[in-house]
Design a protein around this ligand. Structure first.
Ligand SMILES: *Cc1c(COP(=O)(O)O)cnc(C)c1O
Length: 482
């Protein structure tokens, strides 16, 4: 090792001195504690040491090492799960937390979580109550069914229904509906997990009623219909709708003597909308009420088109839902108080006829394009005021999407601000996602970044403009230094 490397190594500041300098920042100190500051200090020192040993030139001054340690400490102090401005135009963005909650739902969560709650307390009887009680009546009314239960998510709901009603027996499903929904949720796998024997009928593109009729045996417990969600077979295709399945099941049930062994029709609806139309394009998605009128059981997600918290909701006949309530999975997959609070408050907005105005997902899907355009123009003006002519802006038409596997073919007319900057668009995108404060996620198309106004909240506009302003100032700073 050359002599001057030794000298530089010896000149590195002492770890305690670096920690002491970091601790001068009271908020950093509070967020990370002494151990966190020490970790950042040691990491900065060992990175400098490694580079010295590798023969690279390193500024070993106290200020430079502290600066590196502080940058790392600040990154470590940021919460991992934090707010993102969604400028992608995808309303139910699975990576970005799907459905934002309505204000009423947020208030309900805080109220239930801050102290104690009526989670399992029956105030009328002053005795133990059931957590299922909070949402069941609302769900049943909105779905037009006798009963309902909500569990952790729709994947859990599907597993629970199959396990409760088809374990060790046959469940018939169309080959065209053996889909993978994403995140390794595959219908055949869920079937196998539940112990139901899967009987596939039809072809990928076409399944006929007679396919189900021929496949029914005395051991058939369930006709399963699955919403194909994020995929659609377009063209020469045909599927059997649930009312047809109900007719087939009824004919079979006529023949069966044992009423406990009825064939059930269950539809995994995926998104599940409680209002019709979901978007200004009517009829693109069957509503929960329509599906429930045809099936014995229907399940759907709480955080897709419904616009509530993550949950899996099952609606149907009381006798069937009661069996689910007693199933061991009901305990393993039960909802916690924060989710129940958010779900109840969201459902109350539907019951009160306020869903389109106050549930963010519905508001975003239904906002008229001219109003989205105005927001894009406001955003462009704000960016202009912060970026001082350092970014080229254009307000353009764009296509927003529902996302989350819902309305797979629907292209929603939208407006975006396209931003072209000097330098690499990859760096720009990375800066916006990693900056201190709120992450901003958009789409890069042909070297420009698009900020779709349909998925932006009013308070997001300032955030996006600030982030772009910071970027242009940094670029100017680097140019000055260079
Ligand atoms: C999204 C989806 C699921 C999974 O629902 P989660 O609530 O995400 O667990 C299951 N089935 C279908 C058809 C879906 O679209």
């Amino acid at each position: 090792m050359p002599q001057d490397t030794f000298a530089s190594l010896r000149a590195l500041p002492r770890v305690d001195d670096v920690i002491a300098s970091l601790a001068e920042d009271a908020s950093l100190s509070r967020d990370l504690g002494h151990d966190g500051l020490a970790r950042a200090a040691r990491a900065a020192l060992s990175a400098a040491r490694e580079r010295l040993v590798a023969g690279e030139p390193v500024d070993v001054s106290h200020e430079t090492i502290v600066h590196a340690a502080r940058t790392a400490a600040r990154a470590g102090a940021r919460r991992s799960l934090r707010r993102v401005v969604n400028a992608t135009g995808v309303v139910l963005h699975t990576n970005l937390g799907r459905s934002p909650l309505a204000d009423d739902a947020l208030r309900a969560v805080v109220d239930a979580a801050r102290g104690y709650s009526t989670l399992e307390y029956d105030v009328a009887k002053q005795a133990r109550g059931s957590r299922h009680a909070h949402c069941e009546r609302l769900l049943a009314e909105l779905a037009g069914t006798e009963a309902a239960i909500a569990v952790n998510n729709n994947a859990a709901a599907t597993l629970m229904v199959l396990d409760a009603f088809a374990r060790g027996r046959e469940a018939i499903v169309s080959r065209g509906e053996l889909v993978e929904i994403g995140g390794s949720f595959r219908i055949p796998d869920i079937m196998a997990l539940s112990g139901a024997r899967m009987v596939e009928v039809g072809a990928t593109n076409k399944t006929h009623p007679s396919d189900y009729e021929r496949a029914i045996t005395p051991d058939t417990s369930l006709l399963l219909k699955v919403h194909t969600s994020n995929y659609a077979v377009v063209g020469f295709s045909e599927s059997v709708d649930a009312s047809e399945l109900a007719r087939i099941a009824a004919a079979e049930n006529e023949r069966r003597e044992d009423t406990a062994k009825r064939v059930l029709v269950y539809e995994d609806l995926g998104s599940g909308s409680l209002v019709d139309p979901v978007t200004t394009m009517p009829g693109v998605e069957p509503t929960v009420r329509q599906a429930a009128a045809r099936c014995d059981l229907v399940s759907f997600s709480g955080d897709k088109l419904l616009g509530g918290p993550q949950a899996g909701i099952i609606v149907g006949r009381a006798e069937l839902i009661d069996r689910l309530k007693k199933h061991p999975f009901a305990r393993a997959m039960r909802l916690d108080k924060m989710t129940l609070a958010a779900l109840e408050a969201t459902l109350r907005l539907y019951a009160a006829g306020r869903a389109y105005d106050e549930i963010p997902v519905l508001r975003m899907l239904n906002e008229p394009a001219p109003s989205v355009r105005l927001r894009a123009e406001r955003l462009a003006a704000l960016i202009e005021s912060k970026a001082h002519g350092r970014a080229q802006l254009a307000v353009e038409r764009s296509v927003a999407r529902s996302g989350g596997g819902s309305l797979p073919l629907a292209e929603i007319e939208s407006w975006a601000v396209a931003v072209a900057i000097d330098g690499s668009s990859k760096d720009f995108e990375a800066y916006l996602a990693n900056r201190d404060g709120v992450a901003v996620v958009g789409r890069t198309v042909d070297g420009r970044m698009l900020f779709d106004a349909r998925t932006l909240f009013e308070e997001d506009l300032e955030e996006v403009a600030n982030a772009i302003g910071e970027w242009t100032r940094r670029q100017d700073g680097e140019r000055t230094r260079a």
